[in-house]
Design a protein around this ligand. Sequence first.
Ligand code: OGA
Ligand code: MN
Length: 294
Amino acid sequence: MSVTIEALTPGFVGEVSGIDTTRPLTAAQVSAIEAGMDRYAVLVYRDQRLTDEQQKAFSLCFGALEQAVGGNVTKAADRRLDPYMADVSNLGVDHKPLARDDRRRLFNLGNRLWHSDSSFRAIPAKYSLLSGRIVAESGGNTEFADMRAAYDALDDAAKAEIAGLVCEHSLLYSRGTLGFSDLSDEEKQMFRPVRQSLVRVHPVTGRKSLYLSSHIGTIAGWPVPEARAFIRDLTEHAVQPRFTYAHTWRPFDLVMWDNRSTMHRVRRFDETQVRDMRRTTVAGDSMTAAQLAA
Ligand code: OGA
Ligand code: MN
Protein backbone atom coordinates (compact mmCIF):
# COMPACT_ATOMS: atom_id res chain seq x y z
CA MET A 1 0.00 0.00 0.00
CA SER A 2 1.48 3.36 -0.87
CA VAL A 3 1.60 6.24 1.58
CA THR A 4 -0.52 9.27 0.77
CA ILE A 5 -0.70 12.52 2.70
CA GLU A 6 -3.58 14.92 2.29
CA ALA A 7 -3.30 18.48 3.61
CA LEU A 8 -5.62 19.38 6.49
CA THR A 9 -3.97 22.80 6.74
CA PRO A 10 -1.87 23.86 3.73
CA GLY A 11 1.79 23.18 4.40
CA PHE A 12 1.33 22.51 8.11
CA VAL A 13 -0.87 19.52 8.96
CA GLY A 14 -1.28 16.41 6.81
CA GLU A 15 -3.48 13.34 7.19
CA VAL A 16 -1.68 10.12 6.36
CA SER A 17 -3.27 7.09 4.77
CA GLY A 18 -1.81 3.81 3.60
CA ILE A 19 0.11 3.18 6.85
CA ASP A 20 -0.71 0.66 9.55
CA THR A 21 1.38 1.87 12.48
CA THR A 22 0.86 -1.41 14.33
CA ARG A 23 2.97 -3.23 11.70
CA PRO A 24 6.69 -3.04 10.91
CA LEU A 25 7.42 -0.43 8.22
CA THR A 26 9.52 -0.70 5.10
CA ALA A 27 12.40 1.72 4.57
CA ALA A 28 10.36 3.36 1.81
CA GLN A 29 7.46 3.95 4.19
CA VAL A 30 9.76 5.47 6.80
CA SER A 31 11.23 7.82 4.18
CA ALA A 32 7.79 8.81 2.97
CA ILE A 33 6.74 9.70 6.52
CA GLU A 34 9.94 11.64 7.19
CA ALA A 35 9.47 13.56 3.95
CA GLY A 36 5.90 14.27 5.05
CA MET A 37 7.13 15.52 8.43
CA ASP A 38 9.59 17.84 6.71
CA ARG A 39 6.98 19.19 4.33
CA TYR A 40 4.25 19.52 6.95
CA ALA A 41 5.21 19.51 10.62
CA VAL A 42 2.21 17.65 12.02
CA LEU A 43 0.87 14.34 10.68
CA VAL A 44 -2.42 12.74 11.69
CA TYR A 45 -3.11 9.00 11.35
CA ARG A 46 -6.65 7.78 11.97
CA ASP A 47 -7.79 4.55 13.57
CA GLN A 48 -4.43 3.26 14.84
CA ARG A 49 -5.24 0.73 17.57
CA LEU A 50 -1.77 0.63 19.02
CA THR A 51 -0.46 -1.19 22.04
CA ASP A 52 2.34 0.56 23.94
CA GLU A 53 4.84 -1.89 22.43
CA GLN A 54 3.63 -1.11 18.91
CA GLN A 55 3.72 2.61 19.55
CA LYS A 56 7.31 2.35 20.74
CA ALA A 57 8.29 0.18 17.76
CA PHE A 58 6.73 2.63 15.30
CA SER A 59 8.39 5.62 17.03
CA LEU A 60 11.79 3.88 16.97
CA CYS A 61 11.70 4.04 13.14
CA PHE A 62 12.52 7.74 13.49
CA GLY A 63 15.25 7.66 16.13
CA ALA A 64 16.00 6.72 19.73
CA LEU A 65 13.28 7.21 22.32
CA GLU A 66 13.48 9.71 25.14
CA GLN A 67 12.80 8.35 28.58
CA ALA A 68 10.01 10.09 30.44
CA VAL A 69 12.13 10.76 33.52
CA GLY A 70 11.29 13.43 36.05
CA GLY A 71 8.16 15.44 35.85
CA ASN A 72 4.66 14.38 36.74
CA VAL A 73 5.49 11.02 38.30
CA THR A 74 8.00 11.07 41.13
CA LYS A 75 7.33 7.68 42.77
CA ALA A 76 7.78 4.44 40.83
CA ALA A 77 4.56 3.11 42.36
CA ASP A 78 2.67 6.04 40.78
CA ARG A 79 3.88 5.21 37.29
CA ARG A 80 1.09 3.76 35.14
CA LEU A 81 3.13 3.25 31.96
CA ASP A 82 6.62 2.04 31.15
CA PRO A 83 9.54 4.51 31.32
CA TYR A 84 9.50 5.23 27.58
CA MET A 85 5.84 6.24 27.58
CA ALA A 86 4.97 9.75 28.74
CA ASP A 87 1.66 9.55 30.53
CA VAL A 88 -0.26 12.68 29.58
CA SER A 89 -3.58 11.15 30.61
CA ASN A 90 -5.51 12.32 33.68
CA LEU A 91 -5.32 8.84 35.21
CA GLY A 92 -3.74 7.09 38.15
CA VAL A 93 -2.46 3.49 38.23
CA ASP A 94 -6.04 2.41 39.02
CA HIS A 95 -7.09 3.92 35.65
CA LYS A 96 -9.37 6.40 37.46
CA PRO A 97 -9.18 10.19 37.04
CA LEU A 98 -6.70 11.72 39.47
CA ALA A 99 -7.97 13.73 42.42
CA ARG A 100 -8.18 17.47 41.84
CA ASP A 101 -5.16 18.20 44.03
CA ASP A 102 -3.03 15.24 42.88
CA ARG A 103 0.51 16.34 42.13
CA ARG A 104 0.62 14.42 38.84
CA ARG A 105 -2.50 16.23 37.64
CA LEU A 106 -1.20 19.64 38.72
CA PHE A 107 2.12 18.97 37.03
CA ASN A 108 0.42 17.94 33.78
CA LEU A 109 -1.60 21.17 33.76
CA GLY A 110 1.60 22.67 32.37
CA ASN A 111 0.55 21.06 29.06
CA ARG A 112 -2.15 23.71 28.81
CA LEU A 113 0.57 26.28 28.14
CA TRP A 114 2.04 26.53 24.63
CA HIS A 115 5.28 24.55 24.57
CA SER A 116 7.68 22.41 22.61
CA ASP A 117 8.37 19.02 24.21
CA SER A 118 11.66 18.69 26.06
CA SER A 119 12.85 22.20 25.22
CA PHE A 120 14.13 22.07 28.82
CA ARG A 121 16.64 19.37 27.85
CA ALA A 122 20.05 20.37 26.47
CA ILE A 123 19.34 18.08 23.51
CA PRO A 124 15.65 18.67 22.94
CA ALA A 125 13.19 16.29 21.30
CA LYS A 126 12.79 15.68 17.60
CA TYR A 127 9.32 14.17 17.18
CA SER A 128 6.47 13.46 19.59
CA LEU A 129 3.82 10.84 18.86
CA LEU A 130 0.59 11.08 20.81
CA SER A 131 -1.93 8.26 20.77
CA GLY A 132 -5.49 8.94 21.83
CA ARG A 133 -6.58 5.69 23.49
CA ILE A 134 -9.64 7.19 25.22
CA VAL A 135 -10.42 10.71 24.14
CA ALA A 136 -12.42 13.43 25.88
CA GLU A 137 -16.08 13.66 24.85
CA SER A 138 -15.83 17.39 24.66
CA GLY A 139 -12.87 19.73 24.98
CA GLY A 140 -9.37 18.31 25.20
CA ASN A 141 -8.35 19.42 21.72
CA THR A 142 -4.64 19.63 21.09
CA GLU A 143 -3.63 22.80 19.28
CA PHE A 144 -0.51 23.24 17.19
CA ALA A 145 1.28 26.40 16.05
CA ASP A 146 3.54 26.54 12.99
CA MET A 147 6.71 28.26 14.13
CA ARG A 148 8.18 28.39 10.60
CA ALA A 149 5.22 30.40 9.37
CA ALA A 150 5.41 32.56 12.50
CA TYR A 151 9.09 33.26 11.81
CA ASP A 152 8.49 33.97 8.12
CA ALA A 153 5.80 36.52 9.00
CA LEU A 154 8.15 38.66 11.12
CA ASP A 155 9.42 41.80 9.46
CA ASP A 156 13.11 42.22 8.68
CA ALA A 157 13.74 44.41 11.72
CA ALA A 158 12.28 41.76 14.06
CA LYS A 159 14.26 38.99 12.35
CA ALA A 160 17.45 41.04 12.79
CA GLU A 161 16.61 41.69 16.44
CA ILE A 162 16.20 38.03 17.33
CA ALA A 163 19.07 36.63 15.26
CA GLY A 164 21.59 35.06 17.61
CA LEU A 165 19.45 35.34 20.77
CA VAL A 166 19.65 32.45 23.20
CA CYS A 167 16.87 31.62 25.69
CA GLU A 168 17.04 29.74 28.97
CA HIS A 169 14.45 26.97 29.31
CA SER A 170 13.44 25.06 32.42
CA LEU A 171 10.45 23.11 33.65
CA LEU A 172 10.72 25.28 36.76
CA TYR A 173 9.66 28.30 34.69
CA SER A 174 6.60 26.75 33.00
CA ARG A 175 5.43 25.23 36.29
CA GLY A 176 6.21 28.48 38.09
CA THR A 177 3.90 30.35 35.70
CA LEU A 178 1.03 28.24 37.04
CA GLY A 179 2.16 28.65 40.63
CA PHE A 180 3.28 25.03 40.86
CA SER A 181 6.38 24.81 43.02
CA ASP A 182 6.13 21.34 44.56
CA LEU A 183 9.59 20.29 43.40
CA SER A 184 12.25 18.43 45.34
CA ASP A 185 15.84 19.66 45.49
CA GLU A 186 16.73 16.79 43.21
CA GLU A 187 14.18 17.95 40.62
CA LYS A 188 15.36 21.54 40.90
CA GLN A 189 18.84 20.29 40.17
CA MET A 190 17.68 18.08 37.29
CA PHE A 191 15.66 20.91 35.75
CA ARG A 192 18.20 23.68 35.97
CA PRO A 193 17.96 25.92 32.89
CA VAL A 194 19.38 24.91 29.53
CA ARG A 195 20.15 27.22 26.63
CA GLN A 196 18.36 27.13 23.29
CA SER A 197 18.66 29.35 20.24
CA LEU A 198 15.55 31.44 19.69
CA VAL A 199 15.80 30.90 15.94
CA ARG A 200 16.26 27.32 14.77
CA VAL A 201 17.21 26.09 11.34
CA HIS A 202 15.60 22.82 10.31
CA PRO A 203 18.38 20.31 9.55
CA VAL A 204 16.67 18.94 6.43
CA THR A 205 14.68 21.79 4.90
CA GLY A 206 16.89 24.66 6.09
CA ARG A 207 13.75 26.57 7.07
CA LYS A 208 14.03 28.90 10.04
CA SER A 209 11.56 28.80 12.89
CA LEU A 210 10.93 30.50 16.21
CA TYR A 211 11.91 28.23 19.07
CA LEU A 212 9.45 29.34 21.71
CA SER A 213 8.07 27.43 24.69
CA SER A 214 6.47 28.18 28.05
CA HIS A 215 9.65 26.69 29.52
CA ILE A 216 11.50 29.91 28.67
CA GLY A 217 12.41 31.99 31.72
CA THR A 218 14.81 34.52 30.24
CA ILE A 219 17.03 35.51 27.34
CA ALA A 220 20.76 35.21 28.00
CA GLY A 221 22.22 38.62 28.84
CA TRP A 222 18.83 40.36 29.21
CA PRO A 223 17.11 41.64 32.33
CA VAL A 224 14.49 39.01 33.22
CA PRO A 225 11.38 41.24 33.06
CA GLU A 226 12.40 42.61 29.67
CA ALA A 227 13.07 39.10 28.38
CA ARG A 228 9.71 37.79 29.63
CA ALA A 229 7.79 40.72 28.16
CA PHE A 230 9.58 40.21 24.83
CA ILE A 231 8.95 36.44 24.78
CA ARG A 232 5.28 37.07 25.57
CA ASP A 233 4.97 39.41 22.61
CA LEU A 234 6.67 36.95 20.29
CA THR A 235 4.47 34.12 21.57
CA GLU A 236 1.32 36.19 21.02
CA HIS A 237 2.47 36.74 17.47
CA ALA A 238 3.27 33.06 16.93
CA VAL A 239 -0.04 31.62 18.11
CA GLN A 240 -2.36 33.76 16.03
CA PRO A 241 -5.13 31.67 14.47
CA ARG A 242 -3.53 31.94 11.03
CA PHE A 243 -0.58 29.88 12.30
CA THR A 244 -2.52 27.29 14.29
CA TYR A 245 -4.50 24.08 13.88
CA ALA A 246 -6.81 22.53 16.50
CA HIS A 247 -6.94 18.75 16.54
CA THR A 248 -10.28 17.31 17.63
CA TRP A 249 -9.48 13.79 18.77
CA ARG A 250 -11.24 10.67 17.57
CA PRO A 251 -10.49 7.41 19.40
CA PHE A 252 -7.21 5.85 18.19
CA ASP A 253 -5.93 8.91 16.39
CA LEU A 254 -2.16 9.05 16.36
CA VAL A 255 -0.73 12.54 15.96
CA MET A 256 2.96 13.07 15.29
CA TRP A 257 4.68 16.46 15.36
CA ASP A 258 8.10 17.95 14.86
CA ASN A 259 9.06 19.76 18.07
CA ARG A 260 11.78 21.63 16.20
CA SER A 261 9.24 23.67 14.25
CA THR A 262 6.00 23.64 16.24
CA MET A 263 4.46 24.44 19.63
CA HIS A 264 1.38 22.75 21.03
CA ARG A 265 -0.97 22.84 24.00
CA VAL A 266 -3.99 20.91 25.26
CA ARG A 267 -7.31 22.63 25.94
CA ARG A 268 -9.50 22.20 28.99
CA PHE A 269 -11.86 19.24 29.32
CA ASP A 270 -14.07 17.64 31.96
CA GLU A 271 -11.53 15.93 34.17
CA THR A 272 -14.05 13.70 35.88
CA GLN A 273 -14.00 11.79 32.57
CA VAL A 274 -11.20 9.48 31.46
CA ARG A 275 -8.78 10.91 28.88
CA ASP A 276 -6.11 8.30 28.20
CA MET A 277 -3.34 9.81 26.05
CA ARG A 278 0.09 8.23 25.69
CA ARG A 279 3.12 9.85 24.17
CA THR A 280 6.37 8.51 22.84
CA THR A 281 9.14 10.99 22.15
CA VAL A 282 11.89 10.65 19.59
CA ALA A 283 15.11 12.18 20.90
CA GLY A 284 16.89 14.94 19.01
CA ASP A 285 20.52 14.63 18.00
CA SER A 286 22.09 18.00 18.79
CA MET A 287 22.01 21.04 21.02
CA THR A 288 20.74 24.32 19.58
CA ALA A 289 23.15 26.47 21.61
CA ALA A 290 26.27 26.02 23.72
CA GLN A 291 25.54 25.27 27.38
CA LEU A 292 27.20 27.01 30.30
CA ALA A 293 29.79 24.96 32.11
CA ALA A 294 28.24 23.22 35.16
C1 OGA B 1 2.14 16.11 25.05
C2 OGA B 1 1.14 17.12 25.39
C3 OGA B 1 -1.17 17.40 24.91
C4 OGA B 1 -2.43 16.64 25.08
O1 OGA B 1 1.76 14.93 24.93
O2 OGA B 1 3.32 16.46 24.87
O3 OGA B 1 1.48 18.27 25.56
O4 OGA B 1 -3.31 16.83 24.23
N1 OGA B 1 -0.11 16.67 25.41
O5 OGA B 1 -2.56 15.88 26.03
MN1 MN C 1 3.71 18.42 25.15
